[in-house]
Design a protein around this ligand. Structure first.
Ligand SMILES: *Cc1c(COP(=O)(O)O)cnc(C)c1O
Length: 404
């Protein structure tokens, strides 16, 4: 196999990816490749990834339950922290029950293929995360993609005669690379009108959206039992693990059929205890969410004032659209020279011609962090414009393949 040729090809297209070493906790200031930088790259929106209370919960669980779970959940891997987490999560999300997984990725692979099969169809928003698309592929259901957040297009697809048995509508609460929000009330209405099931991945909404941080479903004022909700503990909740919440019968069905739940070792009890402590924290510390939104507005206004082209974001994800992957990389590299880390996001993570700098902000960034970043962006933008790169480029709308 010609791996070197393939890698060279990626290099030529400015699409090669490389790992960068972080030798510090994931705080607003990290040590990246031995350089101290202010980062706008993590999904640790509430700063919980290095929070003392949550670390303490993990350490205590290690002392009480050990480091490994020893088996899959259905054999002997269900320890008390797993059940406590699921019950806390169901209460938090306002559903009858919850089921947890090792990661959000494995949740999505398993859930979609447990809900639908080759005789069914999936209608997915075209900006759905790669893990959702992979879940669709594993399920072997027929997959149609609707234009991003376009309920008219979805209605057209739903109205078409179809030989399929079940229909699953798939979307995200807050979109991970654009930061905008799905039109959930209308999607719930369409699912009900066309007897379809609505599955919402609220990875980036949980902890962030809604008066109590319960997520985009709370933000949109929807009954949590009108849909099936999946998500992850790895973003605002600062830890790791995926989940699904819904009715008791749904959860019991998944426990019996979902292969990525059944055929894998249970996550360490310490991670379950940490995730539960994070849920408690989200509920008991609304001031973190207030700081997050204040910081988000500060950064958003500063970027807008520079005339940068931002995606239609409604969340702490602030993507600066640069279209060309080379531009995105150049800007990211230059910012790093100023001590600011913002990752360049390129295809296939985002559609072609929509490469971007994806800035994320947390509750723990200070006013000075944000001001420093804005000054650096301004300087880098000026410097690059004098070479050849222009920032107020036209938005390219590309309705080709879904990502992945
Ligand atoms: C991050 C993410 C996932 C994957 O979750 P992990 O816990 O990181 O595996 C799934 N869906 C969306 C929308 C995400 O942003």
């Amino acid at each position: 196999m010609m791996f070197d040729d393939e890698l060279k090809d990626l290099d030529n297209k400015h699409l090669r990816r490389r790992l960068k070493t972080v030798s510090s906790p994931i705080d607003p200031v990290i040590t990246l490749e031995n350089q101290s930088v202010i980062q706008f790259a993590s999904n640790n929106y509430l700063g919980l990834a290095n929070h003392p209370t949550i670390k303490k919960a993990a350490i205590e669980a290690i002392q009480q339950y050990g480091v490994g779970s020893g088996a899959s959940r259905l054999i002997s891997g269900t320890q008390t922290p797993h059940l406590d987490l699921e019950s806390a999560l169901a209460t938090f999300k306002g559903t009858e029950a919850a089921l947890t997984f090792g990661t959000g990725y494995s949740t999505n692979i398993g859930i979609i293929s447990a809900l639908v099969g080759p005789q069914d169809r999936i209608l997915a928003d075209r900006l759905c995360h790669a893990s959702l698309i992979d879940g669709c592929r594993v399920s072997q259901a027929s997959l149609r993609v609707f234009h991003h957040n376009d309920t008219k297009h979805l209605t057209q697809l739903l109205s078409k005669k179809s030989e399929h048995q079940k229909t699953l509508i798939l979307t995200e609460g807050v979109f991970s690379m654009d930061g905008d929000i799905a039109p959930l009330p209308e999607l719930v209405r369409l699912a009900s009108e066309f007897s379809a099931t609505l599955l919402v991945d609220d990875a980036h909404g949980t902890g962030v959206m809604g008066a109590n941080g319960r997520g985009t479903i709370e933000h949109s004022g929807i009954d949590p039992h009108a849909l099936i909700q999946i998500g992850t503990f790895s973003k605002a909740l600062g830890t790791i693990g995926g989940y699904v919440v819904g009715s008791s019968s749904l959860i019991d069905y998944l426990l019996n059929t979902c292969r990525s739940f059944i055929y894998t070792t249970a996550p360490p009890p310490s991670m379950a205890a940490a995730a539960q402590a994070a849920i408690t924290m989200v509920q008991s510390a609304p001031n973190r969410r207030e700081r997050l939104w204040k910081n988000r507005d500060h950064l958003f206004k500063g970027l807008k004032a520079m005339g940068l082209q931002l995606a239609q974001t409604q969340s702490p994800i602030l993507p600066i659209i640069l279209n060309d992957p080379q531009q995105a990389l150049a800007m990211s590299t230059k910012l790093l020279e100023h001590g600011i880390y913002v990752p360049a996001i390129r295809p296939p993570t985002v559609p072609k011609n929509t490469s971007r700098l994806r800035m994320t902000i947390t509750s723990e960034h200070t006013h000075e962090h944000i001001e420093t970043a804005l000054h650096a962006i301004e300087a880098v933008k000026k410097g690059l414009e004098q070479t050849s790169i222009h920032f107020e480029s036209k938005k390219v709308v590309d309705h080709s393949d879904p990502q992945g």
